[in-house]
Design a protein around this ligand. Structure first.
Ligand code: MG
Ligand code: MG
Length: 261
């Protein structure tokens, strides 16, 4: 776990700028998600859009990662690499994106349906997004880190889903990953106290089946051990007075998706 660094109001505004670029990028990617497009093509769309906004992709080159996006299809949980794989009707694809502008990072992820997906998958996506929102709702000044974790875990497990343990949310700011770790499992009342100026990425990774995951030989891609699909939603948020400030947004993405229906 990296160092915990509290941010001033003006620093949070910088992170907000980068975060909004990430959100717009995800909407641009979402616009192009349809059967037949390759994940490498989605990656190109994201890279040129981020650059057009005067920002830089945060993931490209991060510990040698080759893409602007992490694209994780079906049983891939996170950290999938863009490739010539062409999306198929009924797939789900988790798209994780980071951008850096003026030295400040934003980070967000959204799991998209490719064409028409099964009711089972629709529910997985809905519940994972709800778990993220419940985690955010728990992220108030004076609460504990474990309150966020417990909110996410309780909601996912109520639906008999597996909550991934090995990968967690994180602080964010001048680095993509700072302290504290933000696990998606834990106990209410445990962990550090949340104070104003803390900026974190909350990112539940929820499996349709069991919680266990493994890494592929490519050194990046994380997949479920049981081969069942997994969903991932992420927001960058700031702890403030009262309600947390959500710095990334799904609004643009969901406008695009509604227009496609
Ligand atoms: Mg991310
Ligand atoms: Mg993240």
């Amino acid at each position: 776990m990296g160092k915990i660094i509290y941010k001033t109001e003006s620093e949070i505004q910088k992170i907000h700028q980068s975060s909004l670029i990430v959100s717009k990028t995800l909407a641009e990617v979402g616009r192009s998600i349809e059967p037949g497009i390759s994940t490498a093509e989605l990656d190109k769309i994201a890279e040129s859009f981020i650059i057009s906004q005067g920002a830089k992709p945060a993931f490209k080159g991060y510990r040698g990662f080759p893409g602007t996006l992490c694209v994780s299809v079906n049983a891939q949980v996170v950290h999938g690499m863009p490739s010539d794989y062409k999306l198929k009707e009924g797939d789900i694809i988790s798209v994780d994106c980071g951008a850096v502008k003026d030295g400040w990072y934003g980070d967000s992820a959204y799991t998209f349906a490719v064409g028409v997906i099964s009711e089972e998958l629709k529910q997985l996506l809905r519940v994972t997004k709800e778990a993220l929102q419940l985690g955010i709702d728990a992220a108030i000044e004076g609460a504990r880190l474990g309150d966020i974790s417990a909110a996410v875990q309780t909601h996912a497990e109520k639906h008999k889903y597996g909550v991934v343990r090995e990968l967690v949310g994180h602080g964010i700011g001048r680095s993509l990953h700072e302290g504290p770790d933000v696990p998606n499992y834990g106990k209410r009342g445990n962990g550090m106290k949340l104070a104003r100026g803390l900026v974190i990425a909350i990112e539940p990774m929820i499996n349709l089946g069991r919680k266990e995951v493994k890494q592929l030989d490519d050194g990046w891609t994380i997949i479920t051990q049981d081969g069942k699909p997994s969903a991932h939603f992420e927001h960058t948020i700031a702890i403030g007075k009262g309600k947390p400030e959500i710095l990334t947004t799904f609004e643009e993405i969901e406008k695009v998706k509604a227009a496609q229906l």
